[in-house]
Design a binder for this molecule. Structure first.
Ligand code: ADP
Ligand code: MG
Length: 440
């Protein structure tokens, strides 16, 4: 059997053992690409998926493969972004309709899933977007993405749209802002063309509606959207909605719409933590064919939290350096940084301790002292994790700082958080918060 056949057979087995959305989300675009000794190499479309497979499914995968090959197997993951578009179900050919109003940003090809930088603040939303893009209408419907200004909601939604568009399956896809839907509705009433409106929206395969919070108080529009929603959902057409807040918090939104929106998958995007901001700046530089030294990117990332402003600053700096013909050094970019106070980048362990204490409202003595209490377990594990991740402390050293705790306890705590960080929303939020406190 060649490698891919072995892998395919393993996938069939795995599929029986996990839920369908999980299978679609994590396994669909993978391939078996090589066997070297005990090593079985699996190609996956992104590092994020590799992480997820490693943390959640490694033992399952290994046991299934071992069953087939009758020997011990170690899995190695290899990232191949080209796989992103493999194995997707081919749909019937429809005419592709892309609604584009320049003012609202059409299905702008610039925003893709590939160039969406995944970090702690958005990885859950990204995974959901991937699942939806791989199986529109069948994994989560609707997908409801919410979060503050500039955190990447529109980017992610357009990423799904562009991904599906590039499948060339002929799906009818419409991206619109909620205002656009509203305007269409009002115009249809005025011109007695409700039939056209219904035909336009209810015949879609994919409907992406941005900033749905603006439906607030628009009763007629809500009524029309409710029926559109039901119709699309009943034929498994994928809907993706974004909002600046969860459905339950949108004022003057009919309960029946709230409950429809809540009935799919709701995911939030948090403001990016420092590491993600650096990675986003790096990506934006690359897209422009520019390079800035990491030390400079780090300085910029330390001054702004909002991604839009970060991008603005980056462009300003790139242009400024060019016009003045300056090297991209920390000194040379200083005049462009504005008045935001520089944030300290160097972390010391005391600062980590105090920010964890702040977050959990504990005293230093509670956190690093000998007291054993259930409530102290998580804060200490967070400490173990951050000491290891941020400061590269050895487990022995961390154990010492924690009043002589055993290094195996530290290892366990660190690994526990490593595990939680990819699946537990609360832990993610907490880490973002603690990390942001650290960089101020
Ligand atoms: P929102 O719709 O949440 O207000 P946008 O999607 O418009 O935010 O994002 C604002 C800007 O930030 C866009 O240029 C977008 O490309 C960029 N951006 C946001 N998040 C990311 C990310 N994770 N990776 C790359 N770019 C991002
Ligand atoms: Mg937006």
């Amino acid at each position: 059997m060649d490698t891919q056949t072995v892998w395919q057979k393993s996938l069939d087995k795995i599929k029986q053992q996990i839920s369908l959305p999980n299978f679609r989300g994590w396994f669909v675009n993978t391939r078996g690409v090589g066997i070297v000794g005990q090593k079985f190499i699996v190609a996956v479309p992104s590092a994020f998926i590799a992480e997820k497979l490693k943390s959640r499914y490694l033992s399952l995968i290994e046991s299934v493969l071992e069953e087939f090959s009758q020997k011990k197997v170690n899995i190695e993951f290899k990232v191949d972004p080209g796989l992103f578009s493999l194995n997707l179900p081919q749909e019937e050919i429809f005419e592709i309709a892309i609604e584009s109003k320049p003012s609202n940003g059409s299905l702008n090809p610039k925003f893709t899933l590939e160039n969406f930088v995944v970090g702690l603040s958005n990885n859950v939303a990204f995974a959901a977007a991937q699942a939806v893009a791989s199986n529109p209408g069948l994994s989560y419907n609707p997908l409801f993405i919410y979060g503050g200004v500039g955190v990447g909601k529109t980017h992610l939604m357009l990423g799904i749209g562009n991904f599906l568009l590039h499948q060339k399956t002929g799906k009818k896809i419409v991206y619109c802002s909620s205002e656009q839907f509203m305007n269409d509705y009002v115009a249809a009433i005025q011109n007695h063309r409700m039939g056209d409106l219904r035909h336009k929206y209810r015949s879609l395969d994919v409907l992406l509606v941005d900033d749905i919070q603006f439906f607030s108080g628009r009763e007629g529009t809500q009524e029309e959207f409710f029926h559109t929603f039901n119709e699309l959902q009943s034929k498994n057409s994928q809907m993706v909605l974004t909002s600046d807040r969860p459905p339950g918090e949108i004022a003057k939104l009919e309960d029946r719409l709230k409950s429809r929106f809540q009935g799919g998958l709701m995911v939030d995007i948090q403001p990016p933590d420092y590491d993600t901001r650096v990675a986003i700046l790096q990506a934006k530089c690359n897209e422009r064919g520019e390079t800035l030294p990491e030390e400079v990117l780090k300085i910029i990332a330390s001054r702004e939290v909002n991604i839009r402003e970060l991008e603005g600053k980056l462009i300003q700096i790139l242009q400024g350096l060019k016009t003045k013909n300056l090297e991209p050094t920390p000194e040379n970019i200083t005049p462009f940084l504005g008045t935001n106070p520089p944030q300290k980048l160097q972390m010391d362990y005391k600062k980590i301790i105090s920010s964890i204490c702040d977050y959990f409202a504990l005293s230093n003595k509670d956190l690093i002292g000998p007291r054993r209490h259930k409530e102290l377990v998580l804060p200490r594990q967070i400490l173990m994790y951050l000491f290891s991740e941020e400061l590269k402390f050895t487990v022995e050293k961390t154990g010492q700082i924690l009043g002589g705790r055993d290094h195996t306890t530290v290892m366990h705590g660190r690994d526990k958080i490593k595990e939680l960080v990819i699946k537990d929303r609360e832990v993610q939020k907490l880490l973002i918060d603690v990390r942001n406190k650290l960089s101020t």
